[in-house]
Design a protein around this ligand. Sequence first.
Ligand SMILES: Cc1cc2nc3c(=O)[nH]c(=O)nc-3n(C[C@H](O)[C@H](O)[C@H](O)COP(=O)(O)OP(=O)(O)OC[C@H]3O[C@@H](n4cnc5c(N)ncnc54)[C@H](O)[C@@H]3O)c2cc1C
Length: 384
Amino acid sequence: MNNVCANWDEKCSGCGICESACPTGAISIHLKNGFFRPKVDETCVECGKCLRICPGNLNNDVISYQSFKYRIYGHSNSTVVRKEAASGAITTELLKYMLDNDVVDYVITAGIYQNDKDLGYSLIDKKNSSLLYNHSGSNYCPANIGRSIKEIKQNEGRYVIVCLPCLSRGISKLLKEDQVLNSRIKYVITLMCNHVPSYEATDYLLEKYKIKNPKMIKYRGNGWFGNFRAYDDIENGTEIFSVPFSEYFSTKYSEYFWQKACVNCIDHFGINSDACMGDADFVKYHSDSENDGETMVFSNNQEIITMIEAMESKGLISVFRDIEASDLEWIYGPLAKENRACELNTRSGARKILHEEMIERRIRQFKTFLCLPKRLLMRMIRSR
Ligand SMILES: Cc1cc2nc3c(=O)[nH]c(=O)nc-3n(C[C@H](O)[C@H](O)[C@H](O)COP(=O)(O)OP(=O)(O)OC[C@H]3O[C@@H](n4cnc5c(N)ncnc54)[C@H](O)[C@@H]3O)c2cc1C
C-alpha cells in the first residue's frame, strides 16, 4: 500500500499530520494501545502524499544540539509564571510576546489533559493570550494536531506552533507541499524530547497512586522539575493529588509505555524548528539552593534571537549565556546518540505491569511472613 499503513508500527509517532494532508480525507486518527494511529479507508487513491510528509521517514544523520549556533538558558521574571511552567517559562513568555507584539495572530499549542484521552491542540489569540499561562507545563502524553492544521487551512492569519520534534519535521515537509500553510505558519517551536509516553502510562500513574477520575492533570509545574498533579475540576479545581517528578518519573512510567517511533528516533531537537526548548538540567545540579527552573533555548533563527533579546531588555525574562561545553554535552549529548535499550519494553500494557507489581508485592509479603518465626525466636533468645 502506498500510504501510511506502511509506517504504522515502526515509524508512526501518532502526530496526525497525515490526516491533515490527505487530499481525499481517507485518513482518520484513532487511539490504539494508548497512542494515536492512522486508519486509511477505501477512498485512498494511493497518491503517497502521507508517506512523503510522514516525519517517521528519516535519513540516518545524527542530529545534535550542536546544529544550533545560538544556545542560551533563562527564565521568566514573573515568579508565578516561572513556577507553573515546565522549566523556566521562556516558551510561554515567547509565545505571549509574539501575540502581544503582533508578530503572530494565533498560537497553536497542546491542550490540557482533561482525562478524555484526546489531547488536541488549542488555538489561542491576542484577546485570550493569558490562557497561555494555563497551558504552561509539559504534557507527557500523545497529542494529535490533525484538526488544528485543518483550521489553519480554513482561517487566514499568522501562526506559531509549539510541538514535539517529530511533528515539526512533518510540518516542515508539509510546508514544502502546501503554499497556503507555508504562508500562514510563521514559526515552529519544539520541545526537546526524549520520548512521549502513551496514555497507558498516565493510567499506570492513576492506578499506582489510586487517583480516581481526575478532571485535569498536570505533569510538570509547581517548582522544578515540578509535580504530577491531579485536579477535581478544570477551572479553579482543587488539587486532589501531587507527587514529585523525581518520584513518578523514575518508576515504570518512563521505562515502559514507549512507541517504536520514539525508540528509533534520532532527532530529539526538531532540526528544522525555529527554536528548541529544553530543561537546563545542569543549572539544577550545580546549584546549592532550590531553583525555580531554567529553560534551555537552541535556535538558528535570527528573528527568534532578536525577540529573546527584546524580551530581555524589557525585563520580561533573564538570560544567561555562560554555558560550559561540558555541561551541554553531559545533558544533551546522550540524547543524540543514546542506545535505546528499552526497546523490549515497548508497548507493554499498563494492566500487565500493574499485575506484575502486585505479584512482586505478594512475594515480598510472603517472604516477610516466612521470616517472622525466625525473628520472634531471635527476639525471645535476646530477651533472656
Ligand atoms: C513529551 C516531552 C518530553 C520532553 N523531554 C525532554 C527531555 O528529555 N529533555 C529536556 O531537556 N526537555 C524535555 N522536554 C521539554 C521540557 O519538558 C519543557 O517543555 C521545555 O524545557 C520548555 O520549558 P518552558 O518552561 O519554557 O515551557 P512552558 O513555559 O511550560 O511552556 C510549554 C509549552 O509547551 C506546550 N506543550 C506542553 N506539552 C506539549 C506537547 N506534548 N506537545 C506540544 N506542546 C506541548 C504547552 O502547551 C506550553 O505552551 C520534553 C517535553 C515533552 C512535552
